[in-house]
Design a protein around this ligand. Structure first.
Ligand SMILES: Nc1nc2c(ncn2[C@@H]2O[C@H](COP(=O)(O)OP(=O)(O)O)[C@@H](O)[C@H]2O)c(=O)[nH]1
Ligand SMILES: [Mg+2]
Length: 221
């Protein structure tokens, strides 16, 4: 995190990480469509011809707290293909939290696991401690046949401490919930380390809810 005392400006970085084609770009695109235009900036997506990200996508979000702090949160995605390992490492540098987008298809288990180990390795390469980095996991593409059952998802959740969510980013389902789960984990971490509430007067409630629409995304036209 960066805090500019003069302008009371807090800048944070969240990276959407995961295997190729798991739906990272689709998550960011859905957020761009769902979030209130006053709470987000322009989506920069370097997605060209195919479905595959070349370098990264970036969606900036921002809001002001009641205590007068400007919070700027930059959402990045990484390219998932094997050849882009060094790009993934660079994009991860200085990240404050991670949303890991796994493919919910049963057949993608080993791709998901490989990407997760790569993420842990790249965090360490950047001097970040994976144990102390807020991470949430989303199983995406849950609209497709052959995905994990609710019981299998629950088994994953029971195994680790990271919150696990399910989504269909293409239907814009579970996308905001995933971001909010990440913001919740990030708030806990920042509040412990830097006293968000005590020093800056930022509450958990506004940190999680200011960027999200007031009604659930399903209720939107
Ligand atoms: N059925 C289905 N397809 C999805 C979903 N999310 C993404 N996709 C498709 O999966 C492909 C890869 O998505 P993309 O967001 O580019 O993946 P990325 O490589 O992780 O950025 C695209 O064809 C998307 O339309 C989803 O929730 N359900
Ligand atoms: Mg992409």
């Amino acid at each position: 995190m960066q805090f500019n005392t003069k302008d009371k400006e807090l800048t944070l970085k969240i990276v959407y990480y995961g295997p190729a084609l798991s739906g990272k770009t689709t998550n960011i695109q859905a957020l761009h469509q769902i979030l209130d235009p006053s709470a987000r900036g322009r989506l920069m997506t370097l997605d060209t011809k195919g479905d595959r990200t070349l370098f990264f996508d970036l969606l900036p979000m921002h809001f002001s707290t009641r205590s007068g702090v400007k919070v700027k949160i930059k959402l990045f995605t990484v390219p998932g293909q094997v050849v882009h390992e060094s790009t993934r490492r660079i994009v991860l540098s200085g990240t404050d939290a991670i949303v890991f987008i796994a493919d919910g298809s049963r057949s993608q288990r080993s791709n998901n696991n490989e990407a997760y180990s790569g993420m842990v390795r790249n965090l360490k390469a950047n001097g970040l401690d994976p144990e102390r980095t807020p991470i949430v996991i989303q199983f995406n593409k849950m609209d497709l046949p052959g995905v994990l059952t609710p019981q299998e998802v629950a088994e994953y959740a029971a195994r680790g401490k990271e919150p696990i969510l399910t989504a269909s980013a293409i239907r814009r389902e579970g996308v905001v919930e995933t971001l909010q789960a990440c913001l919740g984990a990030l708030y806990t971490c920042l509040d412990d380390q830097h006293g968000l509430k005590r020093k800056l007067g930022i509450t958990r409630e506004e940190f999680i809810n200011r960027v999200a629409p007031s009604e659930p995304p399903g209720a939107r036209p």
